[in-house]
Design a protein around this ligand. Sequence first.
Ligand SMILES: C[S@@+](CC[C@H](N)C(=O)[O-])C[C@H]1O[C@@H](n2cnc3c(N)ncnc32)[C@H](O)[C@@H]1O
Length: 283
Amino acid sequence: MSVDNNIFSQNLSSKDFAKLKDFIDESCGIKLSENKRSMVEGRLRKRIRALNLSGYSEYIDLVLSNGSNSAEQMHLIDVITTNKTDFFREPNHFTLMTEKILPYLASTFELGTRETLNVWSSASSTGEEPYTIAMVLANYFGLGGNFNVFATDINTAVLQAAKKDVYTEEKASDIPFDYKKKYMLRSINRADKLVRFIPEIRSKTKFGRNNLKDEKYIVPTQVDIAFCRNVIIYFDAPTQESILNKICSYIKPGGFLFMGHSESVHGMKLPIRNYAPTVYIKE
Ligand SMILES: C[S@@+](CC[C@H](N)C(=O)[O-])C[C@H]1O[C@@H](n2cnc3c(N)ncnc32)[C@H](O)[C@@H]1O
């Protein structure tokens, strides 16, 4: 029997797509709908060629035959996840933080009920969200302020990019000028048009791999603010509720949860109440 080794002429069969969908759902909660099939095909094609495999079936058998969290499974998750993000995305969240939430939390420092302010970006992608948070905190408390930003994501490639901390000037154009001036450095060779954060911002921002579907998270402490933005849209309703309950268990009572503007907690049983649109306070 002749085997068609040209990955460009193959389609991902319904059977293989179903196997892949089950694996992705089980391992990280992401629901792949039928209309994602061609996106998945395209993204896997490159990997199949790099591994010199005969096609989708061989690749899927290889991934699924490996133990959980094998390097290839992590790679598959890296390929499947959608990582769109921006600096100061949904900017009214950061205005609210500066004008209302940080003054309130700062007053609890004065009362002696807090020593360090801990913020968690729970789906941090390539770092734009946690570095934005770090800049906003530095702008409020000063660079020497007692705050930490923990940033986690399931995708190892985006975490690597975030830790590398090198962005194009174009990407950084969403950052207000005075923040750029205070917290960013330009590459020595200006023609590269690259920027990065000053060491004080970088040292306040710690990255780690975390699967929101896991029983336990690696967040080292209870946090005052958790960001869970533009990630639960990829999960079904029961997974959303279970993940949000777990995230809430890492937020101190009286702390805050920020969600994406297109996300809703409607109908879920969670220990939070509404504070502002898409911002919640932990009870
Ligand atoms: C669209 S980005 C959102 C980034 C950022 N929060 C924002 O709003 O700009 C979604 C991120 O969620 C991550 N993600 C998806 N499933 C995850 C899971 N089960 N655990 C942790 N992160 C996950 C993806 O890797 C991706 O980087």
